[in-house]
Design a protein around this ligand. Structure first.
Ligand code: ADP
Ligand code: YYY
Length: 242
């Protein structure tokens, strides 16, 4: 295990299935950083709305309810927890029902403002550094992050990864490759075309195409980028202190 020489704020963005969660958790654990899965927060508020009778396709209703549930995220990369109104949401947020509704809920500006506030508070409170992964971290949530990474992969590779995961989870038709690829394309389109803080690479993000890379290779690449960013930050801080 190596240690980062300075506390760093790392933003990792990209579409579904590019490896954000697996990579972010692994590099945070390896480097002793905290970890925040912002997709889990949007999924948790979506789950709360679905279970509390909110019509998730009615933006006015969603906006009016956006401040109601407490959303609490753990930041341990080895055991990332998520709760909505005190209830453990880590299982239910991964259902197809939540996946199908989350883009509509997360497009509502009031929801984004609420969740963005939580994300900034968590990042500000993570004294030793944090890896935050999502869709708009480098562009909107933490535009001053010490390192921004944008992960990409071909539509086929992403669908194969997701479909393998779904098949492993329940062996159901949800693991069907063509259906998964279509669902991903729909969610990409919704997440990239929404008005409020769309999925977009920040101009100063390092793009890593993971299509032909193993997960271990992606982890190694991101660890190297973080160590470089941390060393540069330590150098800047040393200079400023002189
Ligand atoms: N480079 C890679 N090669 C092969 N499989 C990968 C790679 N990166 C991630 N995976 C697998 O793909 C699936 C989706 O990864 P995940 O980290 O959840 O992506 P994201 O958070 O971007 O949606 C997981 O099962 C993960 O183990
Ligand atoms: N920073 C973020 C993170 C996620 N979202 C929304 C859009 C995404 O489709 C959903 C779910 O994100 P999540 O990262 O859990 O999705 P995947 O696991 O990659 O499929 O949440 C967002 O709008 N902004």
């Amino acid at each position: 295990m190596s240690a980062t020489p300075a506390a760093v704020i790392v933003a990792i963005d990209g579409p579904s299935g590019t490896g954000k969660s697996s990579t972010s958790r692994a590099v945070a654990a390896q480097l002793g950083l905290r970890y925040l899965d912002t997709g889990a927060q949007y999924r948790a508020i979506t789950w709360w709305m679905l279970t509390n009778g909110i019509d998730v396709n009615d933006a006015t209703e969603v906006a009016a309810a956006s401040g109601k549930p407490s959303i609490v995220s753990g930041t341990d990369p080895r055991d990332p927890a998520i709760a909505a109104d005190g209830a453990d949401a880590s299982g239910p947020i991964r259902t197809q029902e939540v996946t199908a509704a989350v883009s509509a809920v997360s497009a509502v500006p009031e929801v984004r403002a609420r969740i963005t506030g939580l994300q900034r508070a968590i990042a500000a409170g993570a004294g030793g550094g944090i890896v935050v992964e999502g869709r708009d971290i480098g562009t909107t949530v933490l535009p001053d992050a010490d390192l921004k990474v944008f992960l990409t992969a071909s539509a086929e590779a992403r669908a194969a990864r997701r479909s393998g995961e779904l098949k492993a989870a329940d062996g159901s038709a949800a693991g069907d490759l063509a259906a998964t690829q279509q669902a991903l394309a729909q969610r990409d389109k919704a997440d990239s075309s929404r008005k409020a803080s769309p999925l977009k690479k920040a101009d100063d993000a390092v793009e890593v195409d993971t299509t032909e890379l193993s997960l271990d290779q992606v982890i190694e690449c991101v660890v190297t980028l973080i160590e470089k960013a941390a060393a540069e930050k330590a150098g800047r801080m040393e200079k400023a202190a002189q």
